[in-house]
Design a protein around this ligand. Sequence first.
Ligand SMILES: N[C@@H](CCC(=O)N[C@@H](CS)C(=O)NCC(=O)O)C(=O)O
Length: 211
Amino acid sequence: MKLYECRATPNPRRARMFLAEKGISVPLVEVNLIDGENRDPAFLAINPRGLLPTLELDDGTRFDEVMAICRYFEELYPVPPLLGRTPVERARVESLQRRAEFDGMIAGSEVFRNQHPKFADRSLPGAPQQMLPAIPELVARGRAGIARFHDWMEEALAKSEFLAGDALTMVDITALCAVDFHVWIDIRIPASNVHTQRWHAAVSSRPSASA
Ligand SMILES: N[C@@H](CCC(=O)N[C@@H](CS)C(=O)NCC(=O)O)C(=O)O
């Protein structure tokens, strides 16, 4: 088994952090996305979408998408549960995880990709044969999404230690990776959001945060 990833980038970090919280060790293969190695024919033969992370099983099965990879490992190694323990918890984690992903991770990507000159012809990740030019108007929408993300986190974290309750879940992993990714676009948790600041310091100090 191996996990194709790129150490510097936020979505592979979500997968690495999830694995570290579970205590699972998977050999990592670095693909230098910054230099465009994910769009080289050698990597496109592995994943035609050129997307990271991509998991490869010992029988050659491969799949991408962070949540598909995490769900696979959650089924094999249910302890500690990071996607919820009961049907209701699982539904709640799914709902909040998507919120962190859309308003945190994807909104950050919208700002970053639509304003960075290196991504002028790649406003969406994946599928190099279907590259899309940047749409500068999306930068404002991304920023609005991130403001909404900050408000939601502050409200949730005023009520509980972690975003989905009293234990760390995938919601916290996605949110932490999003918050740290936002530094690339010079956006930080507002200083007045004290509950989110407390949460960020606590989650960042876990060994998995530097996995
Ligand atoms: N929805 C995907 C998003 C993955 C993604 O956007 N990965 C980025 C790295 S953070 C990537 O592979 N980008 C390829 C590119 O920009 O060419 C997931 O959750 O895994």
